[in-house]
Design a protein around this ligand. Sequence first.
Ligand SMILES: Cc1cc2nc3c(=O)[nH]c(=O)nc-3n(C[C@H](O)[C@H](O)[C@H](O)COP(=O)(O)OP(=O)(O)OC[C@H]3O[C@@H](n4cnc5c(N)ncnc54)[C@H](O)[C@@H]3O)c2cc1C
Length: 501
Amino acid sequence: MDAAAVPAARVAVINAAPANDKGEHVLYWMIAQRRTRWSFGLQHAIAEAAARGLPLIVLEALRVGYPWASARLHRFVMDGMADNQRRFADTPVAYLPWVEQRPGEGSGLLEALAERAALVVTDEYPTFFLPRMVRAAAARLAVRVDLVDGNGVLPLRAAPDPFPTAYAFRRFLQRSLRPHLAALPLAEPLALAAGLPPARVPDAVLARWPATPLAALDGSDPCWLAGLPIDHAVPPAPLRGGPVAGEAALATFLDERLDGYGAGRNQPDADASSGLSPYLHFGHVGAHEVVAAVLARESWEPGRLATTASGGRAGWWGVGPGAESFLDQIITWRELGFVFAFHRPDHMSYDALPGWAIDTLEAHAGDPRPWVYTHEQLEAAETHDPIWNAAQNQLREEGRIHNYLRMLWGKKVLEWSPHPREAVLTLIALNDRWALDGRDPNSYSGIFWCLGRFDRAWGPERAIYGKIRYMSSDNTARKLRLDGYLRRFGAGQLELGIRRK
Ligand SMILES: Cc1cc2nc3c(=O)[nH]c(=O)nc-3n(C[C@H](O)[C@H](O)[C@H](O)COP(=O)(O)OP(=O)(O)OC[C@H]3O[C@@H](n4cnc5c(N)ncnc54)[C@H](O)[C@@H]3O)c2cc1C
């Protein structure tokens, strides 16, 4: 097989328009895999350009009008654009980073670049507004649009149905993942671009949509971001975005925390988790890159895979316990949610919970609630529960919540809401607004897991929860070493809307 060819299961033509034989360039509309390395989307775009002897233009755009647009999300994405600009420099590819400054300014940009394109390549992403946006754009454009799935190790279309549990999905993976592990994207697809004719963004396009200056992208001109009509009450998080920071986070995790991952992941004071979810969410780092790096570090080779598909969490890969446990999270749990979102466009809705979960939640919907909080009280971390408040403060301050506490955070909102439907809306709004990694298939996996998705019925049956798995703050306090966490994020340390210095 041609090394540059992307597996057929990952490419879908999503409109009826033909490729344009008279096209002057190939256009890659980079919307989810926002990086230059380990990217099937970019690899496919380069391969198509090379096959036609055409130049390649890459458009990475960011509009102001999408839901939850904020200084936090913009800063993170723009950090990535600055990195990408540097990485595309000195290649024949023309990269246009474009951040909208006024609502509606971006209308027509994609069409203008597609007008003389031989074809358009873009990224598949199964949630948020992206599927709708891509389908609408493909229907408008008069040229073929190839949708490329670089989301996970398993192509989305290789899973026939959504899976009800991680166990069922893991068994499926253990039977079917092997060939996909041998079909990873190229680490450096830009190396293939060396022979392409040099590309230029047409002057007429640049005249109307000039590239956003590097000083705006990299934050050296902070006034630029401050002037955008987005939610500035959600300030930039301390974490720097972009492929460069993401790759550094991956390297540090492998060197310092992978070995202790299984045991250390749940302790807030010795957090052994990778911290990669924001980078994975924005496509600054790819899942393939992370998996390949873990396997390389373990000197893994395919002969180590177990030959039986037991569905067990450990032992299938034939690597150390830390790596085994991490691979289960980044493949089984992460891709369980991607596959679910792909097959279930209603994945963000209460009605998409399993029947047993809806039945038990409804049976207990009328139970008295000792505490009920409004959205505003929750957002401001004003509850009676110091652990919950600390988790919410961490979310507001850092754009993340420690992994174990995130489960407790979600469960308590179920307990403190007038109805589980309302709990879902509150959780989605809090998480999507404040979390760097929100608006992701995993966001809805995690939130709906708190209400029974991917889980089973548990006993004893309790008030409000019914048969939904219960979690308590008292138990959490007994299980985890929380002193440092509570000191850091505890009540009183954060004023509403003001970041702690
Ligand atoms: C209420 C709630 C909300 C959540 N919201 C999000 C969200 O918005 N975005 C998000 O990426 N994750 C979400 N999760 C899942 C999980 O908490 C995070 O993926 C994890 O904490 C991210 O930290 P990390 O990258 O250090 O994870 P690590 O432990 O280092 O794991 C590596 C990667 O594996 C995947 N992963 C790990 N745990 C899970 C899980 N339980 N479900 C699915 N994938 C997982 C993620 O891609 C993660 O980056 C949520 C969980 C809950 C209970």
